[in-house]
Design a protein around this ligand. Structure first.
Ligand code: ADP
Ligand code: MG
Length: 755
């Protein structure tokens, strides 16, 4: 990643509120070093000199739109660059960046030239010493193979010159503190404290248009484009460091590097809420799936688990995205989830109560003194229990008294205030009362002033106080719910994954042997892999002669289990390839029989032998599954569920992105619907939960250590009262990855490991 750079620049201070009447204060050229609180990527959002490479006055062109937008509000200098003109809109125009006086002090270059010369234009930026570049030009990775190779070139150039590059195929960037609008969108955003990134440029223009009507303001806006260099992780980091950003919003279609994103978002979400909208995801890059885990832990599960682990508030639609953003930027977090409802209309009060029932919030029960005071203040017909119904003839004083008492109650964490239009209530007065009382009590409030035109000025008053207003009570409750969710997230303490003492080399040897054989699908012949990582397995021997099988069985106490071992037969029971409870006398015949079955099933199947395995007491234990499927974006996704033959029918599983901490592994085990079964239902002894949790943690370490493992199932992992036993394993290995990735390569020669 491009690093922070110390540089001279103007620090520009603006107001935080989304309202009007913003004044800018310009502090003259004081040095702003790496520890300046304008944070990372400040050259991008708070530049002083901006060059437009491809500037033009040509009607309807993007080059013109960018120059016009910059000239509108930007406090700094706009420098057109284009060999065809001497002047653009009266500004001196230079043939190339190098010809601009003191070109190395240009903070940002916006590139709008045709795709065929765009990479060269970016190289010129690098040569001229410009470090921040926004590539508006389209015709890269989004257009096919020629564009894709152009994009690779672009990335190389950016790396060569250490550029912080946005795009290509971007609408541009905006920052309201400096009045910077380096986009070709139709309008500038209102100032505010929400910073917003979007993978869709069109979505930005639509959102800005709507947000301006709604009075919603922004701090920074970035259109991510193809994310050739800077991606969502960089902006989460930058905005986490930015004191003027109170909420980070994102519209993402995918995440480039899930692990890095989780780290950055976790870090940010401690003090800055991160809200992301769900959107369709491509399955591109997902490998053919042959495991249960692969079927049950797809990319949607990875996205969901990853965002949850990252502390991101994931929303379902655009309305929620901005509802949450608004309330998170305008209201304090509640101390408790107990809601008071104050209304002058029964019906909407009931709707609100229902919505509370569907949320993680609950109806507050007022203290005795509140009920008494309310009874005194309200007419007899009013309801003084929650929801407080001040009834239709409530005037502003009665409303004020009711809300004051409700917010003053120690059992109340937050409130919804509802009003239908009546002859005795003026919405503007009510808005002022709500705003004042919210500020007095410091508890979050959402308003539902129901109506059309007549609510307009009241909404404005509420907005000034940071209080959202909705027509639909469910949205008000949903927003308060988001505050509660974020309170939980911001209080999280993340623990790091445990590092167990494991035998990495032995694990690697198991994988290498398989690769040497030319197998990328492995079965029980890879049991040693689990053993090397401390996941307990029953005693087992792979025999390639019946006599050997007989000898192996004699060394094992009691009856044995016998399984065909073949990379071509992955679901052994399906072909009768597993025999449970084989007595010593029957081992010879069982061996022959298993091999015959395999041959009948697939005459050219490669047969490695027959595994003779110690019996595990299934009656005392529960068959569970632990597994991993590698997601192209989030990496290893762990799965836990009930195992055996029901796993895909029940779909009762929990997933988390690895590596997982002990707490996350515990949440997985406790999180499945059938968790009570493991706690010992119907007189059975409870399963050893700690042993399951530890197996998950060890599996997490294994798949993190070996990126070459593409998918893996341990099914079943038999969970008994005193520990677990992995009796089966199946995995797919990326043979190229294993050759190239050696986790120990930094400190030991490869020859030693491959031997
Ligand atoms: P596959 O999944 O390929 O069919 P498994 O090794 O999982 O093969 O065996 C199938 C089933 O046989 C298991 O789900 C389990 O019920 C039983 N089984 C396998 N190994 C043992 C064992 N060592 N002890 C007891 N039961 C076993
Ligand atoms: Mg199995």
């Amino acid at each position: 990643m491009p690093s922070l750079r110390a540089r001279f620049q103007f620090r520009i201070l603006g107001s935080r509120s989304a309202g009007n009447g913003i004044t800018f204060k310009l502090e003259s050229g004081e040095p702003s070093g790496v520890d300046d609180n304008t944070g990372e990527l400040s050259g991008l959002f708070a530049p002083e000199r901006v060059a437009v490479v491809g500037a033009t006055e040509s009607e309807g062109s993007i080059g013109r739109a960018i120059v016009e937008n910059l000239r509108a509000d930007f406090a700094g200098e706009t420098i057109p660059v284009n060999p065809n003109y001497d002047e653009v809109f009266g500004l001196a125009c230079y043939p190339d960046l190098g010809s601009v006086p003191e070109s190395s002090e240009i903070d940002l270059a916006v590139v709008v030239v045709p795709p065929t010369i765009a990479v060269e234009a970016v190289r010129d930026c690098g040569e001229a010493g410009v470090r921040n570049v926004v590539v508006i030009t389209a015709g890269f990775g989004e257009t096919g193979s020629e564009g894709a190779s152009r994009e690779r070139e672009l990335t190389e150039v950016a790396e060569q010159y250490d550029l912080d590059l946005v795009g290509p195929n971007s609408l541009g960037v905006m920052s309201t503190t400096s009045g910077l609008n380096a986009t070709f969108g139709p309008e500038n955003a209102l100032p505010g404290s929400i910073s917003f990134m979007s993978q869709s440029g069109a979505f930005i223009t639509a959102v800005l248009d709507w947000a301006t009507d709604e009075g919603i303001g922004f701090k920074d806006v970035v259109s991510l484009g193809n994310k050739a260099v800077l991606d969502e992780t960089d902006f989460v980091r930058a905005w986490d460091d930015d004191p003027d950003t109170n909420v980070i919003l994102g519209y993402l279609e995918g995440v480039e590097d899930g692990g890095a994103f989780i780290d950055a978002a976790r870090e940010a979400s401690g003090d800055t809420p991160v809200v992301m909208v769900k959107s369709g995801r491509t399955e591109a890059g997902a490998q053919a799936v042959s495991s249960h885990t692969g079927t049950l832990a797809g990319s949607e599960q990875a996205y969901e688990a990853g965002l949850e682990q990252a502390g991101v508030l994931r929303v379902e639609n655009v309305q929620e995205l901005f509802d949450f953003a608004q309330i998170l930027s305008g209201q304090p977090l509640p101390d408790s989830d107990d809601v008071a409802i104050v209304t002058n209309a029964g019906g909407p009060g009931v709707m609100t109560t229902d919505a509370v029932g569907d949320s993680r919030l609950s109806l507050a029960s007022f203290s005795e003194s509140t009920v008494e005071a309310l009874s005194e203040a309200m007419p007899e017909e009013a309801n003084v229990y929650n929801p407080i119904d001040a009834i239709g003839d409530a005037d502003i004083d009665r409303f004020e008294r009711a809300l004051d008492l409700a917010l003053g109650d120690e059992n109340v964490g937050c409130a919804v205030v509802l009003s239908a239009p009546t002859a005795v209530i003026d919405f503007d007065d009510l808005a002022r009362v709500i705003t004042d009382l919210q500020a007095d009590h410091g508890k979050p409030v959402a308003a539902v002033l129901m109506g059309g035109e007549r609510t307009e000025s009241a909404k404005e008053i509420l907005r000034e106080g940071g209080i959202p207003n909705y027509f639909d009570p469910a949205r008000a409750v949903g927003s308060l719910d988001a505050l509660s969710r974020y309170r939980e997230i911001s209080g999280r303490e993340y623990e790091s994954p445990e590092a167990f003492d494991v035998d990495r080399e032995r694990a690697r040897a198991v994988l290498s042997r398989a690769v040497e054989r030319g197998d990328n699908r492995l079965g029980v012949e890879a049991m040693d892999l689990l053993d090397a990582y401390g996941i307990s397995t029953p005693e087992g021997v792979i025999a390639d002669q019946p006599e050997e099988a007989v000898a192996a069985a004699q060394n094992i106490d009691g009856d044995v289990v016998m399984k065909i071992v073949s990379p071509d037969i992955l679901h052994k029971s399906d072909i009768g390839g597993v025999k449970v409870g084989v007595t010593n006398e029957d081992v010879y015949d069982a061996y022959e029989d298993l091999v015959t079955r395999a041959r009948n099933y697939q005459p050219d199947a490669e047969i490695l032998g027959v595994q003779v395995q110690e019996m595990v007491d299934l009656d005392a234990g529960t068959e569970t599954i632990i597994g991993m499927n590698r997601d192209p974006q989030f990496g290893p996704l762990l799965l836990f569920g009930l195992g055996g033959i029901f796993v895909e029918i029940l779909e009762d599983t929990e997933t988390r992105v690895a590596p997982v901490s002990e707490r996350e592994a515990t949440e997985m085990v406790e999180g499945i619907r059938s968790a009570p079964l493991l706690r010992g239902a119907r007189g059975r002894e409870p399963a050893d939960r700690d042993a399951i949790v530890e197996s998950l943690q060890r599996l997490s370490q294994l798949v993190t250590d070996f990126p070459a493992i593409l998918e893996l199932d341990v099914n079943p992992l038999v969970a008994g009262p005193d520990g677990v036993q992995a009796v089966d394993v199946r995995l797919t290995v990326d043979t190229d990855e294993l050759d190239s990735s050696d986790p120990n390569s930094a400190d030991r020669p490869t020859e030693e490991l491959d031997s």
